[in-house]
Design a protein around this ligand. Structure first.
Ligand code: ADP
Length: 735
């Protein structure tokens, strides 16, 4: 026999008639009452009423979305179905009840439903293992809420399940544990159940007396039943009692109780009741189906919504993916393009490198070429100019010879052309560095004016100088380069002016720290330069064609001037108007610091001794140059010995004493450097001066390394040569 759990039996009946209208919205309390009524109806076997009330309660519970009420409603529906119609459907409703119960904190409902499911497995499916699992869960919940009545019912159910498997040993413990509680209590169905279970137990122990006593007691209690459902309990008692007699082979009594069991069963489980449950149940099932459909619809709507959202997401994803793809593609393209450009750049770089190397080689070759050519040209020119001078010197009557003068002029012109070329080449190769010399600007300009006076006279020009008195007396700078600038500018001005005047003006522009900035101007009122030619004239070899006359020049002067002024850190400016004149302006900053100036002055060795009769050894292979040099030296009271070979010179040094050696560099057997090295090796400290047509900067390093003391470049100023000779001899004497 089983004990149903609906949890409503302890709730007092309100007796309030409830309408079955589904539209009415009820409170939780009203639904609870509906469920109480449904429970009571079930116990009175008014199954259709019980189901109708449960149906309304279930609907309302669904409206309120109240899981506890839903669980209770499903539980009662489950009871009706299981008991009177369809066990599996009943189990289905219990499971629904359990699902909702588990969503709540209500352990009572969990306890009832677990008990009822346990009953299905115990009594309908004879699956006691499963039923015990549910009963024990129910026991856990009833013990948790410390509900003695619930604990008692659950234990009875567990005992009954054990007994059904003939496990009386395990079962009787549960029965004994509730015996006192039931005996002292007023739970009629519990009492009937307990007596039946003891009846079965004693029957199992073959204690027939006690067994029959308990069965009879159970029947007695059942007969006083209050609710109709207890008939089903009694029905089960009859069945168990009959089993007992059958076991004891008292078939008469066994048959008697079996008949009683049958009669009562028919009363309780008649067809009419089953039909009612079926009818009322089908309405519930219909509604359940509707709810399910609604739920599915709702889920479908949700899914549709989700689908829409996911469609949107997919769309967005596709767009983003597409954009990413585009980006990736452009990145790839860019990369490819960059790689390609890199490759092209690499190739271009390689080409440039090769071109640069070629250009460097070409430039070196050009420098080499210019240097060689100028050396080769300067040496014979030195001879031509020197010999012309000697002839003019020796034959005073030829002083006015136009041929000789023309020879002298041409040679000088050629020499200046070679010098200009060499210089421009050096500037372009960045080989020129400005030197620091101390000088007086006014003196320098005066020297230039003096040396150009004859051109002024030739063109009937007045040469005027205006020097600002506030310019420091001495400044430090490269006076030779400055003179070169003036020589070019003033000689141009004089060349391109006739019957006019050329002014050289120097003004102190400003003093900045230790530097005095001087503004120079070379002004003429000559032919002037056309606007379109004004830029061109600074380019190399540019000469402007003049109808008026034939001018001498190389076309290099102004480009040298421009470059030299740039070396001074300045810029040349030109203002000119045709037939009105030309003005060149530039400003150069010269160091004018007094301390520096004194330092330089103190370092100048001044030779105050009377000119001595020095013996000079000239080592030179070129015959013409031998004559020229000898002539110059002897004219100035030097005793001169000439040799054309280095080795011969070394031999002679052993026999004769000399004050200075003038050493050519380029000689066939042994060059000047090697000769000097040998001289030094032999321990001679005699000053050796290189006398060469090479460019000074080109050979300085090697000359000094070989032991030479100074360098003089051909053609040279005699005064400069004598000054160097005297200085070196004096220095040697001091040492
Ligand atoms: P060169 O004087 O040897 O011809 P430059 O480079 O010194 O070469 O001068 C280039 C050209 O500039 C000259 O040929 C001349 O036509 C022009 N020029 C230079 N200075 C003057 C000047 N003061 N007046 C007029 N023309 C000038």
């Amino acid at each position: 026999m089983k004990l149903f759990k609906i949890g409503v039996l302890l709730v007092a009946l309100f007796g309030v008639q409830l309408s079955f209208s589904q539209e009415q919205v009820r409170s939780k309390k009203e639904i609870e009452k509906l469920l109480t009524d449904a429970g009571n109806s079930f116990f009175n076997l008014e199954v259709d009423k019980s189901l109708k009330l449960s149906k309304i309660a279930l609907n309302e519970a669904h409206h309120l979305k109240n899981d506890a009420l839903m669980a209770k409603a499903y539980n009662i529906i489950g009871l009706n179905f299981e008991e009177f119609y369809d066990v599996d459907k009943g189990l289905n409703y219990y499971n629904k009840a359990l699902k909702h119960a588990n969503l709540t904190n209500n352990d009572s409902i969990k306890d009832w439903v677990n008990n009822n499911i346990g009953n299905v497995y115990s009594y309908r499916k004879n699956d006691f293992k499963t039923s015990l699992k549910y009963y024990k869960k129910a026991l856990y919940f009833s013990e948790k809420i410390k509900d003695s009545i619930e604990i008692m019912y659950t234990r009875l159910n567990i005992c009954s399940a054990y007994f059904a498997t003939n496990d009386f040993k395990n079962g009787v413990g549960y029965l004994n544990s509730v015996k006192n509680f039931i005996t002292n209590g007023d739970q009629l169905e519990a009492k009937i159940s307990m007596c039946t279970l003891y009846g079965s137990y004693f029957s199992y122990l073959n204690d027939n007396g006690k067994a029959e006593l308990f069965f009879n007691q159970a029947i007695e209690l059942g007969v006083q039943n209050k609710n109709q459902l207890l008939d089903s309990y009694v029905c089960d008692v009859y069945n168990d009692y009959s089993t007992h007699y059958k076991k004891n082979k008292d078939f008469e009594k066994a048959l008697y109780y079996l008949n009683l069991h049958k009669e009562l069963k028919e009363k309780v489980y008649n067809e009419e009741r089953t039909k009612k449950v079926k009818l009322a149940g089908s309405e519930i099932e219909l509604e359940e189906l509707e709810r399910q459909i609604n739920k599915i619809e709702g889920e479908k709507d949700e899914q549709l919504k989700d689908l829409k959202e996911s469609k949107l997401i997919v769309l967005l994803f596709v767009i983003i993916f597409f954009i990413l793809l585009l980006l990736l593609y452009s990145l790839y393209k860019n990369n490819k393009f960059r790689d390609q450009s890199n490759e092209e750049l690499k190739v271009a770089n390689e080409e440039l490198k090769v071109a640069k190397e070629k250009a460097e080689i070409a430039s070196q070759l050009k420098t080499q070429f210019v240097s060689t050519i100028s050396h080769e040209l300067r040496t014979p020119l030195y001879g031509v100019v020197g010999i012309t001078n000697i002839i003019l010197d020796e034959h005073k009557e030829l002083a006015n010879s136009p041929h000789l003068n023309s020879l002298k002029f041409s040679a000088r012109y050629l020499l200046s052309l070679v010098n200009d070329l060499l210089q421009i080449n050096k500037i372009e190769e960045n080989k020129i560095t400005l030197e620091n010399m101390i000088f007086n600007i006014s003196d320098e300009i005066r020297t230039i004016v003096d040396s150009l006076e004859f051109i002024a006279v030739k063109n009937n020009n007045k040469l005027i100088t205006k020097i600002d008195a506030s310019i420091p007396e001495f400044v430090i700078g490269d006076k030779l380069r400055l003179s070169q600038v003036f020589m070019n500018l003033v000689s141009n001005a004089l060349k391109f002016t006739k019957d006019g005047e050329v002014k050289i003006i120097a003004n102190l522009d400003r003093i900045d720290g230790t530097k005095s900035f001087i503004n120079f101007q070379v002004i003429d009122n000559g032919v002037g330069i056309a606007k379109e030619d004004q830029e061109k004239i600074f380019e190399k070899f540019v000469q402007i064609e003049r109808k008026e006359g034939d001018y001498q020049g190389t076309g290099l002067g102004l480009s040298i001037v421009k470059k030299l002024i740039e070396l001074f850190g300045s810029k040349i400016e030109l203002e000119s108007e045709e037939r009105k004149g030309t003005t060149f302006t530039f400003t150069i900053g010269f160091e004018s610091d007094e301390a520096k100036r004194n330092e330089i002055i103190n370092n100048i060795v001044v030779d105050l001794s009377p000119t001595n009769f020095y013996r000079i050894l000239v080592v030179e292979d070129n015959k013409i140059n031998q004559i020229v040099t000898k002539k110059i030296l002897e004219t100035n009271n030097f005793k001169c010995t000439i040799l054309d070979d280095g080795y011969a010179a070394i031999d002679l040094l052993e026999k004769e004493k000399f004050d200075v050696i003038l050493m050519d560099i380029n000689m066939p057997i042994i060059n000047g450097f090697e000769t000097t090295k040998l001289i030094r090796k032999k321990g001679y400290s005699i000053p050796v001066i290189a006398l060469t047509a090479f460019d000074k900067q080109e050979i300085t390093e090697e000359a000094l390394a070989s032991g030479m003391n100074d360098i003089i470049i051909k053609p040279f100023e005699s005064a400069r040569l004598f000054q160097i000779i005297t200085n070196l001899i004096n220095k040697k004497n001091i040492d």
